[in-house]
Design a protein around this ligand. Structure first.
Ligand SMILES: *[C@@H]1O[C@H](CO)[C@@H](O)[C@H](O)[C@H]1NC(C)=O
Ligand SMILES: *[C@@H]1O[C@H](CO)[C@@H](O)[C@H](O)[C@H]1NC(C)=O
Ligand SMILES: *[C@@H]1O[C@H](CO)[C@@H](O)[C@H](O)[C@H]1NC(C)=O
Ligand SMILES: [Zn+2]
Length: 650
């Protein structure tokens, strides 16, 4: 059907000469026809990608790559036909915007051989990350989820943490270095074919701002004092736990001690190490979820109920039928990193999440469902407008819900907390637990794409990939590698969004604007108390406001969308600072008279680490010869080889 449709589009213009078409009615007819067809083309490609992501086999990879090539050929054709119209002179702004978006086709602009290579590399990077396993000396093997994630969250044994932290980087990122280098080259070729200097510039273009970098820097500088104070408080507690000798004299915190594989969110340290007032009830509901026998299904239902309480759209039946909300136990490799899918056929919306029964995963469920809500709200718009107002908006929706859901009052209302104490100390407890998620993340969210932008524009060459990564981590996050890293390592690859090729500045943007949205929706919901106590549950007024913004998709510039909710048209850190104000005051007092800075540079005198040895078994030793890591399975090797063969064939 789609190929016949393609032909029609081509035939329709066979008779026109090279004069550009100015008739807007004709343009609308073209747009409508292309839209129907694109739904079918995208559906097939997304379905193939879903099949691969939920079952990482060589066969499924091939089918997914093939479908992506069909999709790219379609986009190329559409862009070519769109260029027959004099669209930049159209009167109707909506029409003009549709043409603009349809003309911006990303990697589809590559010649077929390069495109194939790019898609194969992307597919392989995804698999390398998602099927990586770290085996211990009993040959028990851990995937990232749930195994290594749990170790990082729960263990307080310095050496065990180091083993998991180091081992994960050894079996994941380290294997991607060369592929990633190749990926950067081809990805830049695509950007240049579209008229951008490099892929970073292309990604930044999605924000319709000339000064995205400067704006983010400004926001970051505004929030930095809060991060410095949090960092200093947490570092002191960790020194109490692990001993001063484990900490570098440069002032950073060793990166494996923060409860998370990338030290990007520190909430897992809250209950046992960081809660300021121990005699007040904890606000972490992980234990309650377990005691009450929560399942993934129940967590998803609780999340949906929050959305519907605001009068928003419930998850459709297809969602419940086809989502993957627990990790399959039939031995298949899947991409566990949580994601939300719009199949672009206006019916099929799914989440893929290897849900663990924890508070952190309950928050993730809300986050992913926020994406689905956005999809549902804009599903009747033309396909090219089924995007967030900017990528940060998309990441913010579910998090806005979580800001209400996480309040002690709400958690009590849904039976996850037994008692809520309303006093200053309890407020500080709560705000600190929130800061460990929201404030701790800011420098991480800010630095990832600084690394990638500098890689794409050539400022950072492949010989400095890992060094640059750590320069940024030490400088901004104030975390340092616990042991020596070299340019044989590729630590960026140990974070999903690098092999998964998902831009990251969106999360930084989201962490700022979600507080602006929260503030505005709280006002709409007539919540008059402090911002951090606000719960918009059951407020249809707030829900309607949000819906007004979401249903615009990307049909209008993001400032217009933002105005629907906040009445303002700029990103602003004022709301997040207001939210955390009592904590800021408290932390400043805790840190009074102390040096809360750290050196920009990483420590230089780090020890060398080798994974603990085990009795050698020749057929299972790591083929790269580094460390004693059992290679996951032989079929992956075969697949890798056949993939490399495919790459070399060209
Ligand atoms: C995974 O994909 C393979 C094809 O590569 C297929 O044979 C198998 O049935 C799939 N497994 C599941 C559980 O869908
Ligand atoms: C553009 O055209 C559409 C369809 O004809 C119409 O509904 C819309 O109001 C027009 N927009 C503007 C800004 O003129
Ligand atoms: C969902 O699954 C149920 C039970 O298998 C089935 O009866 C129903 O038709 C399915 N609905 C959709 C929309 O796929
Ligand atoms: Zn997301």
């Amino acid at each position: 059907m789609s190929s016949i449709g393609l032909l029609m589009v081509v035939v329709a213009f066979a008779s026109t000469d090279c004069q550009l078409i100015t008739d807007e009615n004709e343009a609308w007819a073209f747009v409508n026809r292309v839209n129907d067809e694109s739904q079918e083309v995208y559906f097939k490609s997304i379905q193939a990608s879903w099949n691969y992501n939920t079952n990482l086999t060589d066969h499924n990879s091939q089918l997914s790559v093939e479908a992506k090539l069909v999709e790219a050929a379609f986009e190329k054709e559409v862009a070519a036909n769109a260029s027959r119209f004099n669209w930049t002179a159209f009167q109707n702004e909506t029409l003009k915007r549709i043409f603009k978006k349809a003309s911006d086709i990303g990697s589809a602009s590559l010649p077929e051989d390069r495109l194939t290579k790019l898609k194969v590399i992307e597919s392989e990077l995804e698999r390398l990350y998602s099927s990586a396993q770290l085996c211990d000396d009993d040959s028990t093997c851990n995937n990232l989820d749930p195994g290594l994630t749990r170790i990082l969250a729960e263990s307080r044994d310095y050496d065990k943490l180091l083993w998991a932290w180091f081992g994960w980087r050894n079996v994941s990122g380290r294997k991607m270095r060369n592929l990633y280098k190749e990926f950067v080259n081809i990805s830049n070729e695509a950007a240049r074919a579209n008229g951008y200097a490099d892929t970073g510039e292309y990604w930044r273009s999605w924000y319709d701002m000339d000064n995205l970098r400067e704006e983010c820097q400004k926001l970051y500088e505004q929030l930095k004092p809060l991060y410095l104070n949090l960092h200093a408080y947490v570092k002191r507690k960790l020194i109490d736990k692990y001993g001063e000798d484990k900490f570098p004299s440069t002032g950073q915190i060793p990166a494996h001690l923060l409860g998370n594989m990338w030290a990007q969110s520190w909430g897992n340290l809250y209950s046992d190490l960081l809660q300021p007032f121990k005699n007040k009830p904890s606000v972490d509901v992980t234990e309650a979820l377990k005691e009450q026998n929560y399942t993934a299904q129940k967590m998803f239902e609780v999340s949906e109920e929050f959305f519907t309480s605001l009068g928003l759209i419930p998850m459709p039946e297809e969602f419940w039928n086809h989502s993957m909300i627990v990790k399959p136990d039939d031995g298949r490799d899947v991409v566990c990193h949580a994601s939300a899918w719009d199949f672009l056929n206006q019916k099929d919306f799914r989440i893929k999440q290897c849900t663990d029964i924890t508070m952190s995963d309950l928050i993730t469920t809300h986050h992913e469902m926020g994406h689905i809500q956005y999809y549902l709200q804009y599903k009747n718009l033309p396909v090219v407008f089924r995007r967030g107002a900017n990528p940060g908006f998309h990441e913010a929706v579910g998090d806005v819900m979580s800001l209400s859901v996480s309040t002690p009052k709400h958690l009590k209302e849904i039976g996850l907390l037994e008692e809520v104490v309303d006093d200053e100390e309890s407020d500080i407890n709560f705000l600190l637990s929130q800061a460990l998620k929201k404030i701790a993340f800011l420098p991480f969210g800010y630095l990832i794409d600084q690394w990638r932008w500098s890689v794409f524009n050539g400022e950072t060459s492949p010989e400095d990939y890992n060094k640059k990564w750590w320069d940024l981590r030490c400088k901004y996050q104030g975390v340092s590698p616990p042991v020596q890293r070299t340019e044989d390592d590729f630590d960026p690859g140990a974070k999903y969004h690098i092999p998964g090729n998902t831009p990251y500045i969106r999360y930084f943007v989201s962490y700022v604007i979600q507080f602006q949205f929260h503030q505005a929706l709280c006002e709409a919901a007539n919540q008059t108390g402090p911002l951090y106590k606000c719960d918009i549950y059951n407020s249809h007024v707030a829900g309607n406001k949000l819906s007004d913004m979401l249903s615009l998709g990307s049909s209008k510039p993001w400032a217009v969308a933002m105005e629907k909710v906040t009445g303002n048209t700029t990103m602003d850190a004022g709301a997040i600072i207001e939210y955390f104000q009592p904590l800021i005051t408290w932390l400043e007092k805790q840190n009074e008279g102390m040096d809360i800075q750290w050196d920009e540079a990483c420590p230089t005198d780090l020890p060398v680490y080798t994974l603990p040895t085990q009795s050698p078994e020749p057929e299972t030793t790591d083929p790269t010869g580094t460390g004693n890591v059992v290679f996951p399975n032989i079929s992956l090797l075969i697949v890798l080889c056949s993939c490399l063969f495919a790459l070399l064939k060209e």
